[in-house]
Structures are given as C-alpha cells and as structure tokens.
Design a protein around this ligand. Structure first.
Ligand SMILES: Nc1ncnc2c1ncn2[C@@H]1O[C@H](COP(=O)(O)OP(=O)(O)OP(=O)(O)O)[C@@H](O)[C@H]1O
Ligand SMILES: N[C@@H](CCO)C(=O)O
Length: 318
C-alpha cells in the first residue's frame, strides 16, 4: 500500500485551482510503489498522476523534475510535469512537495519477449541521446564511489563465499578503472533503474518510462547494462541470448556503441549486477528508519553477478 499521505477530493479540488487542467473528475490511490504517495487524477482536461514526495526534499527534487520535463519535451514517453499558475512544477500538499504529471499508457511487462527487449533498448538509446542536452549535473548516488565506500560495511553480514565475491569484484572494478578501461566511455544523465516495473508497455510499444528517482550522471553503457541485466536474465541469472541480442541491436541502431564501449562491456555488466546486489544487501541489513518493509532479494543479483563472471568475455554483443 503506498498512500502514505491521504489527499481527499475536496483538498485536491482546492489545490487544482492553482492549475489550468480543468476540474476534478476522479481521484484514486495507486497501491504500487514504496517511495512516494501516488494518485491517479482524472480531470475534465485529461489524465494525470499526483505524486506526494515522502522523502525527497525541495533541494533534491529539481534535478529529477526538470529531467522528466526535458525528456518529455524531446518526445520521450515519460511523465511530463505540469506547471501551476506561477509556472512552478512543485507545489505543497500536507507540507510535503507534490507534483502533477501526465499519466502514461500501458502496464509493466514482467515476462518480456525479444520484441519488448528491442523496444526498451531502442527507447533507452533515444533517452541517452536526448539527455545529452540536459544541463543539470548530479553524480549517480549508487555509482562506483558508493560501491567502494559501502562494501566494507556489508562484509560482516556475509558468509565467507559472498565476502570473497564482494571483495574480489570491488578489486576487479577498481583495476578496470585504473587500467583506463572506462576512460573513453560516453557519459551523461542515465535513468540507472530501468527495471521492468519502471516501464509501462503498451503492447510491444513503450508507453511510458517512469520512476526517475535514481537518475544521475554515469556511463551510458552502465544504464544499458542495468537494463539488460533485469530484462534479459533467466531465473538462474544467465543471459537469454535472444532477448539480449534484440536489446543490444535495437540500442546500437539508435546510438552506435563505440569500440571503447565494446571493450568495457563485460566489466560494465558485472558492475551493474554488483550495484543491485549491494543496494539490496544494504536495504536488507541496514534498512532506513521508517522504510516500508519491501525488500528485494539480494541473492538474485549475486547470481547475476556470478553468471556474468562465468561468462567472461563471451557475452553477446550487437
Ligand atoms: N506517469 C504515470 N503514468 C501511469 N502510471 C504511473 C505513472 N507514474 C506512476 N504510475 C503507476 O504508479 C505505480 C507506482 O509508481 P512508482 O513506481 O513511481 O512508485 P514510487 O513509490 O514512486 O517508486 P518505487 O517504484 O521506487 O517504489 C507504478 O507502478 C505505475 O503503475
Ligand atoms: N530496481 C531496484 C529497486 C529500486 O527501485 C531493485 O530491484 O533492487
């Protein structure tokens, strides 16, 4: 259940006087999601989503809100924030920052086939290209620096074999960077969490890309690896070759991958698996105060990491 802040129809009717989106027709709490309060809001003008931000602050939010506005302006199907009559995207509900954005079509496809993987690969590449002209900067808060800082705090929670895996993977990622493997990689603003549940599929078309609240600056290839690891892995963590091939080809068709990206690919796939193994371990062993009990299984990405290590340089490409 993710309506942490209750908004009544009367309160919203009053709030909507600040906007130019017509009058309220219906208001419905959205049960999915664990970070924010979300409502579907239908008005006489169209369909919207109201988000009340439970943790992100007014200082942190502009990076994400303007990113969505930027991408939507470039034709990416992501929530387009709606400005109020003072031309502000962020308002206040119950003392918390709140935003209206367009409601997108489709639903999450948790069992994608190659056609879905191709559609999201192509969309990711167009997002990366459109993101190049976004001029706010914010380093990926779950990037390499976080891995290195956080790993020592996780070691005590792990059995010996997992400790060894974590230590050796951090050493591997450090060596990759020391050897200059990442030096020529294109970077920019990335979604960094483009899992299946953050994409709304409308048949085989991408209807919407949502949940930009892990976005930041990183290697574009890292974002592709995050996406591929979730969309194209089987139950054991191994890559499904047909899905992976479909995603990579569709991405490459829109933003051709360079030789430097080709060389860094196996390490990037491992890094992307490490990131989610670590964040899931972190949330499991060191939950934030007041966080909802909704822990993702860390073992899933431990297995993906092991599978990528086993595959070595034989990973599918283009
Ligand atoms: N713009 C949108 N258009 C259509 N549906 C949306 C939109 N934004 C959110 N949703 C729906 O609301 C659900 C919850 O949103 P979201 O995943 O962003 O929740 P959250 O609590 O903010 O984040 P998290 O996934 O990290 O818990 C989504 O699964 C989706 O069904
Ligand atoms: N996609 C992340 C959750 C944070 O959005 C995970 O599956 O661990």
């Amino acid at each position: 259940m993710s309506v942490f802040t209750t908004v009544t129809a009367d309160e919203l009717r009053d709030w909507l006087k600040n906007y130019s989106i017509g009058h309220l027709v219906s208001l419905e709490g959205i049960p999915a999601g664990i970070e924010n309060t979300n409502y579907f809001v239908d008005t006489s003008h169209g369909r919207y989503v109201l988000t009340v931000f439970e943790k992100l602050t007014r200082t942190e939010l502009p990076f994400y809100v303007h990113l969505m506005a930027h991408l939507a302006r470039h034709g990416i199907p992501c929530p387009a924030p709606i400005a109020d009559r003072d031309n502000e995207y962020l308002g206040t509900i119950h003392g918390k920052p709140a935003m209206l954005a367009t409601r997108l079509a489709g639903r999450s496809q948790m069992e994608p086939g190659p056609a879905h993987c191709a559609a999201i690969g192509n969309m990711l590449a167009t997002m990366h290209v459109a993101g190049q002209s976004y001029n706010r900067r914010f380093d990926n808060p779950r990037g390499y620096a976080w891995w290195v800082d956080t790993a020592p705090r996780l070691l005590d929670f792990l059995p010996a074999d997992e400790r060894a895996l974590l230590e050796s993977e951090i050493a591997f990622q450090r060596a990759a960077r020391d050897d200059g493997l990442c030096r020529e990689l294109p970077h920019g603003v990335v979604h960094a969490d483009l899992f299946r549940d953050n994409v709304l599929m409308d048949g085989e078309r991408v209807g919407g890309v949502i949940d930009f609240y892990f976005a930041g600056d990183d290697y574009l290839l890292f974002d592709l690896a995050v996406t591929l690891n979730d969309w194209c892995s089987d139950a054991a963590g191994e890559l499904d070759p047909a899905k992976a091939d479909a995603m990579l080809r569709a991405y490459h068709a829109e933003r051709p991958l360079s030789d430097a990206e080709h060389r860094a690919w196996p390490a990037m796939m491992r890094g992307a698996a490490l990131r989610f193994w670590m964040s899931r371990l972190y949330d499991f062993h060191m939950p934030r105060d007041g966080a909802m009990v909704h822990k993702h299984d860390p073992a899933r990405f431990r297995d993906v990491l092991r599978a990528r290590i086993r595959a070595g340089d034989t990973l599918p490409w283009r």
